[in-house]
Design a protein around this ligand. Structure first.
Ligand code: GLN
Length: 230
């Protein structure tokens, strides 16, 4: 249905935990994605409900008709554009290589020969790791959420991980994880808000209008400052 329905409660899928974009505190969802979508919804008169799940489950749940909107620090990619339509970009991100804080031997992908790289199911980081696996001679192991990915490297089960740099730098700064980012950024991308392809044209127009209004009013900057500082 391409028509927007003002009485419908649109379900928004977000990652289980992906600070500063989404996390739970005192039983409440918080974070950049959460504040942004609530502000857009309020500006445009969209009723929404947040549903947290493993990131890899968001697009499949949209395709199954269980979710209307997908977020979760979701990068805009050509592959995903075959399944979803994206809003205008709302955040600049990209991937970084991450190792244990006391690791002195891995500085780039070139140092991963014979090593184990932990990846998170369904992410751009996982795709990147799989694409460069043969060239650099490492193995991959897969988990479903970022917390598990960080633990695998902290406890030595894996040698490295690939994560979005805004997320890993925030995690290291906030929770003092014993991890470090190494080397150059692996790529650059942008986050977008997604809806099922070709099925929610009016909803997407409203999302874009709301996003533009928040940028004009300064509310977008306020949300960013709340979580990232000035
Ligand atoms: N931005 C990355 C992606 O779109 C990671 C998102 C996430 O792990 N929540 O795949």
């Amino acid at each position: 249905n391409k028509e927007f329905d003002e009485n419908k409660v649109y379900k928004v899928g977000v990652d289980t935990t992906y600070p500063p974009f989404e996390y739970q505190e005192d039983g409440e969802y918080k974070g950049i994605d959460i504040d942004l979508i609530h502000a857009i919804a309020e500006d445009q008169g969209i009723k929404i409900e947040i549903e947290a799940m493993d990131f890899g489950g968001i697009i499949p749940a949209m395709q199954a008709g269980e979710l209307d909107i997908g977020m979760g620090g979701m990068s805009i990619t050509d592959e995903r554009k075959e399944k979803v339509d994206f809003s205008d970009p709302y955040f600049e991100a990209g991937l970084s290589l991450v190792v244990a804080k006391d690791n002195e031997s891995i500085h780039s992908l070139e140092d991963l020969e014979g090593k184990v790289v932990v990846i998170k199911n369904g992410t751009t980081g996982a795709k990147f790791a799989e694409e460069h696996k043969k060239e650099h001679g490492y193995e991959t192991v897969q988990v479903n959420d970022s917390t598990s990915m960080f633990q695998e490297v902290s406890n030595g089960s894996a040698d490295a991980l690939i994560e979005d740099y805004p997320v890993i730098t925030y995690a290291i700064a906030q929770s003092g994880l014993d991890l470090q980012v190494v080397g150059e950024r692996l790529n650059g991308d942008h986050y977008g808000i997604s809806v099922l392809k070709g099925k929610n044209d009016e909803l997407l127009e409203k999302i874009n209008a709301g996003l533009a209004a928040l940028k004009d009013s300064g509310e977008y900057d306020e949300i960013m400052n709340t979580y990232l500082g000035e």
